[in-house]
Design a protein around this ligand. Structure first.
Ligand SMILES: *Cc1c(COP(=O)(O)O)cnc(C)c1O
Ligand SMILES: [Zn+2]
Length: 412
């Protein structure tokens, strides 16, 4: 029921841990017999499944049975009334993927890739990472009893690096950009028989990204939203959001999806949004330098597919100013109580632009994907809060400090 299909020449081949087409060297993706899946699943059967990504296991390339599971997915879809009021949107929803086990949506990808790795007997789980993937791979390897070896560019947020090492990973820090790290991993994939989840297991890894859109549609009462705003690094989450809608239609779970898919990037690294804005078919690689380190991929593996998915959906690509990232993070935290890392700030800034440009309207249903937890990047919030410091624990001292504070202008 599951096969691999080349995304360039369309040739089908047997399901196995492969990632490059033998004929044209194009990337492979997983293809399902959607008619057969249609016979086996329904809205009810999914609702009766576990509250995790595994409720959609029929549309995932993982083994049937008891998957290894840290508890990933089925994260809240929050009706963001306060933020919606600020932006003039009545039906704004936040997909809060900061609440995955290691604090980012990458758990969706790694959960699937780890189960495939176990099925095919790999003993080492690895990745090239902009930060979040490293922690997720390390945690899944710990649970699976596999060795983990994660490759990262030097200079990532300390909490991300520390978390990966806490799970027992061997860290390989490289003086260079993520793109350099990724190129090295592509080379190593030929040499070492490891499950480098986003390189040689990429077709399986990427499939995990679909579950975010599956959940959004189910949580909206089996209705696809009018808009979804997706942060873009390598472009897997965005490209697979489009695939998810197609598969929901192909399996008869919904009749239609007219969702406009929007890409959110920051000016310091916006190769996909730039291509979308120019109407270009090819992605021009850039030298990445952004506060949103988790999105800083200058040569995105799935960039072309992401740009195409945006174009075909009628969506747009945003490239926010670097200083808008922090503003977006703060606005989200202060209106909705959701602490996000910079990727979320990029998404909120992108949303503001899409509304300002008249691409998203007041009564439409819009979903924003908040994909990484701000507890990993709290250093960015230092100095923001209104703080009082008492030298002695006395009420009189507090009264004085409070009176001073009341004289100061409000921050927001
Ligand atoms: C990796 C990552 C993304 C983007 O993922 P791609 O699928 O590579 O485009 C978005 N947000 C966060 C927090 C990430 O870690
Ligand atoms: Zn091919």
């Amino acid at each position: 029921m599951k096969q691999l299909r080349c995304r360039e020449c369309g040739r089908l081949r047997e399901f196995e841990p492969a990632y490059v087409c033998e004929h044209c060297f194009g990337p492979l993706e997983v293809a399902y017999d959607l008619t057969a899946v249609h016979e086996r699943i329904s809205r009810d059967s999914i609702a009766g499944g576990p509250p995790s990504i595994w409720r959609y296991h029929e549309l995932l390339p993982a083994p049937i049975g008891d998957p290894l599971d840290l508890g990933t997915g089925f994260t809240p879809l929050v009706h963001a009334r306060n933020l919606g009021r600020v932006l003039g949107l009545e039906r704004l929803y936040i997909k809060n993927d900061t609440l995955n086990p290691t604090g980012s949506f990458k758990d969706r990808n790694v959960a699937v890739a780890t189960n495939v790795a176990l099925t095919y007997g790999f003993d080492t789980l690895s990745c090239s990472s902009t930060g979040n993937l490293a922690g997720s791979v390390a945690a899944h390897a710990a649970m699976a009893g596999l060795r983990s070896l994660v490759f990262i560019p030097a200079g990532l947020e300390p909490a991300k690096v520390d978390a990966a090492s806490a799970y027992g990973a061997t860290l390989v820090e490289i003086d260079g950009s993520y793109d350099d790290v990724n190129r090295l991993c592509a080379e190593l994939a030929d040499q070492y028989h490891w499950a480098i989840v986003n390189v040689n297991l990429r077709p399986f890894y990427s499939e995990g990204s679909k579950t975010l859109a599956f959940e959004v549609v189910e949580q909206l009462g089996w209705k696809a939203p009018d808009h979804i705003v997706v942060p873009v690094a390598a472009g897997s989450l965005l490209a697979k959001t489009a695939k998810a809608f197609q598969e929901l239609i192909g399996t008869g779970l919904i009749d239609q999806a007219e969702t406009r898919i929007h890409a959110a990037q920051a000016e310091g690294c916006a190769p996909v949004s730039t291509a979308i804005q120019r109407g270009a078919d090819r992605i021009t690689a850039v030298k990445a330098n952004s506060l949103a380190k988790s999105l800083a991929i200058g040569n995105p593996a799935d960039g072309r597919y992401a740009a195409r998915a945006v174009r075909e959906s009628g969506g747009w690509g945003t490239a926010c100013r670097e200083d808008e990232i922090q503003e977006g993070m703060t606005l989200l935290a202060e209106t909705e109580g959701i602490l996000s890392e910079p990727a979320g700030g990029v998404v909120i800034a992108g949303l503001r632009t899409l509304v300002a440009e008249g691409r998203i309207h007041k009564h439409e249903t819009a979903v924003v994907c908040i994909t990484g937890n701000g507890l990993k990047t709290t250093e960015l919030f230092n100095g923001h809060a209104r703080r009082l410091r008492l030298t002695k624990p006395r009420a009189a001292e507090f009264d004085l400090a409070m009176a001073e504070l009341d004289k100061a202008p409000a921050l927001v």
